[in-house]
Design a protein around this ligand. Structure first.
Ligand SMILES: Nc1ncnc2c1ncn2[C@@H]1O[C@H](COP(=O)(O)OP(=O)(O)OP(=O)(O)O)[C@@H](O)[C@H]1O
Length: 391
């Protein structure tokens, strides 16, 4: 049974010049204990999607679709229930811990707060729990008396992780949790997150622009482009045998740690992501795509089965995993470019969309349950939420 299920989730911001479709028709599922990575360039909608899960978006954001958490529809939840679910069921670790910590309150008070607010511990028990949590994230208990400015960036991020763990959530959402840290500290914090979610059986949604980090941390990867999920599958398949040319380019742009050849010559992506208010026709990626066909400028292909049999669901939204559509284009003489569609979009001729027995995309869309919460910025969100309910 799924822990979390997103069904056709869209998020649109309303700004003075019009509407920004930041997330478009995203359907994803997450199982208990599973780690899902969400990758994509800046502006692809990753953070918007993460914030939507917790209803932490600003008031100018309109969320549509269904976000089902442990059988409950997050978008339909009353504020009181949402507040309880946020802290006790799931939590979020934001990028740059300085934004998530109150600079004038001691670390220990901040870690204890969700426990006290939710009535999960009395003050004395909370103190013991804070010491335990600090130890779990590799900090000495006396650090509970420190203020955030007395800690390094890596230590502050460890504190954020302790806060996220405080109420023993079933799900942690980590939005670029190591972006602000140097490489060595980044590796330590990532390894800490990996160990903690494994030892506590916590599900993880981790957001990053770095596919190699996500591939190392997560069981499954969803790659977003211009607000859409364009590929979704087992990490090693998406990273090493991408079926969407955008995922392939993203994987090539972030070489595997310890791979000296690709480290020296990472393949960058040409061009820029599109303006969400002025999306290209057809497939949004086609103007940058090295294997685009003529029909890609008019046809927006939905996610379609693209993986190896027995490897778990793997879908990609590309004409190159649709032999039926490609055949039509070939008959009409629509050329693939010299770079080779099969090389980039179809690394294994034996896999994927050519399989006539492959299930239809609908059969892979899960119906499910899930749980989410936030460990920081909740007061701001609470204010927004209360304002929404009273307006
Ligand atoms: N409050 C807002 N109002 C209007 N548009 C917004 C708002 N927040 C984000 N956007 C727009 O929504 C789109 C998705 O942004 P988002 O921050 O979710 O992407 P991202 O993939 O997380 O990027 P990054 O990695 O840079 O954080 C972008 O075009 C962005 O400009």
């Amino acid at each position: 049974m799924n822990l979390l299920s997103l069904e056709d989730v869209s998020v649109t911001y309303t700004i003075a010049s019009g509407e920004v479709p930041a997330v478009r028709d995203v359907s994803l599922t997450l199982d208990p204990g599973e780690a899902l990575g969400i990758a994509g360039e800046s502006g692809s909608g990753k953070s918007t999607l993460a914030m939507a899960l917790l209803r932490l978006l600003p008031r100018d954001a309109r969320v549509e679709g269904r976000i089902v958490l442990d059988g409950e529809d997050i978008l339909a939840m009353k504020w009181g229930r949402l507040r309880a679910v946020r802290w006790a069921e799931a939590s979020i670790v934001f990028q740059g811990a300085q934004h998530g910590l109150n600079p004038v309150r001691r670390i220990g008070e901040q870690i204890a707060e969700p426990l006290l607010v939710h009535g999960l511990a009395q003050p004395a028990q909370a103190r013991t729990r804070v010491a335990e949590l600090l130890e779990q994230v590799g900090l000495p208990a006396w650090r509970s008396r420190s203020y955030p400015h007395e800690l390094s960036g890596g230590q502050r991020q460890r504190v954020m992780i302790a806060m996220a763990l405080a109420c023993s959530p079933r799900l942690i959402i980590a939005d670029e949790p190591t972006t602000a840290l140097d490489v060595m500290v980044q590796a330590q914090v990532l390894s800490l997150i990996k160990d903690l979610i494994a030892s506590h059986g916590i599900s993880l949604i981790m957001i990053s622009h770095d596919l190699s980090v996500l591939a190392d941390m997560c069981d499954r990867l969803a790659v977003m482009y211009a607000g859409r999920v364009v590929e979704n599958g087992p990490s090693h398949e998406v990273f090493h045998a991408a079926r969407h040319p955008y995922s392939g380019a993203l994987a090539a742009a972030f070489p595997t740690v310890g791979d000296p050849v690709s480290r020296m010559a990472p393949k960058g992506l040409g061009g820029d992501p599109p303006d969400p208010m002025d999306l290209p026709s057809g497939c949004s990626f086609h103007p940058r795509c090295p294997v685009a066909l003529d029909l890609c400028s008019s046809l927006d292909v939905e996610l379609w089965p693209a993986g190896r049999e027995g490897e778990g669901p793997h879908t990609a939204a590309c004409v190159h995993v649709r032999p039926d559509l490609k055949a039509g284009a070939d008959e009409l003489g629509s050329p693939a470019t010299e770079t080779g569609a099969d090389e980039l979009a179809s690394p294994d001729a034996e896999t994927g969309g050519d399989d006539p027995a492959a299930p239809s995309p609908d059969s892979e869309r899960g119906q499910g349950r899930g749980e989410v919460v936030a460990a920081a910025s909740l007061e701001t969100a609470a204010r927004d939420e209360r304002a929404k309910e009273t307006s």
